[in-house]
Design a protein. Sequence first.
Length: 202
Amino acid sequence: MRLLPVACAAAVAVAHVHEESLRAFRASARAPAAFEEVRCRIGSDDPGGARGDVTFVLRADWAPLACAAFRERVAAGFYDGLRFFRVVPNFIAQVGFHPSWNGTRWPKVGRDERREDARNRRGTAAFAGSSKTQIFVNLADNKHLDREGGVFAEVTPMDVFDAIYTGYKEGTGQIKAYNRGVDALMREFPRMSHIERCRLVR
């Protein structure tokens, strides 16, 4: 489909703004130390749901920008209280959607960093596509996602994620409920797991 000149100009302008934002982030982001760790406490309102502490070992040798981005969002408390809105058995558990968050603050990361040794293996974490905030944990080896880039951490222990509720799957209904507020989300999806808090530990 041929784009009209006005649409082309708008697309170029958006791309330019993103590139400027990413360039500024590259310049300001502190290079992460090797193997810094972020510890997150996973909780659930479901008595049988996933609970426990998990550690994200940041791999700056794989994706320094994604590591710096994740650390910055953790420091801002962004992930605290957010729900795993998309959990697909033998695939991924995804978190980071926030209906009231203004996305202009942070640049997108992910696609700009691809390394042959940074694979979407079970027990790794990556930014979702070129998202600014959404990350996922690989519940299985997902080689077909490697082309997306953005793998930035190893996650341990995985038994917490093995216990996460997978019945809601893809997440379209969850996002619609999320947009109506947390009360609506929990009324319609009461077994959804969430991050209680994340903290940089070293």
